[in-house]
Design a protein around this ligand. Sequence first.
Ligand code: NAD
Ligand code: WQD
Length: 341
Amino acid sequence: MRKAVLVTGGAGYIGSHTCLALIREGWRPVVMDTFANSSPEAISRLRSLTGSDIPVCQVDIRDTEACRQVMSQYHCQSVIHFAGLKAVGESQAHALEYYDVNVNGTHSLLKAMTCEGVRHIIFSSSATVYGEPTKLPISEDHPLDPTNPYGRTKLTAEKLIEDVASSSADICFGILRYFNPVGADQSGKIGEDPKGQPNNLMPFIAQVAVGRREYLTVYGDDYSTKDGTGVRDYIHVSDLAIAHLRALEKLVGFDENFVVNLGTGRGYSVLEVLDAFSSVSGRSIPHRFNERRVGDVATVYADPTLARNLLGWKAELGLKEMCRDHWLWQEANPLGYDGEH
Ligand code: NAD
Ligand code: WQD
């Protein structure tokens, strides 16, 4: 019998890619999602890609009783917790909602796990918990000082998980701090489908390339970087998905808590990403320079050593593959899953 894993937010961008990787390696994902920022079509695509009948429960993680019921009905033995709100700007305007979903939602899930005897949780955290880098590359012992409400909800959820695990509750955790996830599965069938105007660089570039938007605004050309534009550690979502499998195996196999960065260890500037995307897509991508975006920093990239040593994982795919696969998805699905944005 395949082991059932509850995947909260499993219809979303990273969750759907992780479900695919889970099925390919013999696990049985059970998706829990409200579809607040995703489409049921992602699950239909996953079903047709894998031939697997993925159970889906339209349940809010804040509903503890409903979470318990799902865990019990499907005999879930572990949880990968992606569900949450993730837009930095929106988190400033809607802080209450962000704390409610990201912190209270995590609390509710932990409570349900404790009641149902589900012991292992992998949590989606973010490099945003580090705030402004005081040293590069960023290793896990870098000071934690998020500069926006979204980042603070992620850090609070981390602390909540750690506190619950060190209390009498029988919980073990793996906290994964993602850098900048991009790209899509090589099938071109699933990918990132932001609602409204994309906040992040790669989906914005992809929408310009496909003709949905006129031009990219490049935020700042006066950073002290190789070409004046911001540098980030982009990581292919398929590499990221595989890291979740290694993390789950580690957690279930050894009952050891851990916090690890997931990045490549290499930074690329906005202009380098633009060039790479233009070259793989064969499309010109008009862009205009503007002021720096408030809250942005010049350079961020991970020290990925711990992930390699602890999980035996490292990112395999480079910038070219990230752009190629993001484009495959965008070109085949110019208007996303539901074709009506
Ligand atoms: P996403 O928005 O595509 O996926 C999140 C999913 O959670 C969506 O399907 C959404 O419908 C669902 N959801 C939201 N609120 C819910 C609720 N109350 N109950 C149940 N489901 C709910 O985002 P993603 O990019 O796949 O990110 C997944 C996780 O990784 C998030 O927790 C995010 O904070 C974190 N993360 C993302 C990035 C990134 O750049 N994409 C970087 C670092 C960390
Ligand atoms: C990358 C670079 C921008 C858009 C954010 C969150 C972080 C994490 C990942 C969730 C920067 C530049 C961007 C555009 C641009 N998410 N840019 N024009 O800001 O590193 O991280 O997503 O956890 O928490 O903060 O990613 O993709 O928004 O920006 O010039 O239209 O691209 O200034 O240098 P960021 P990003």
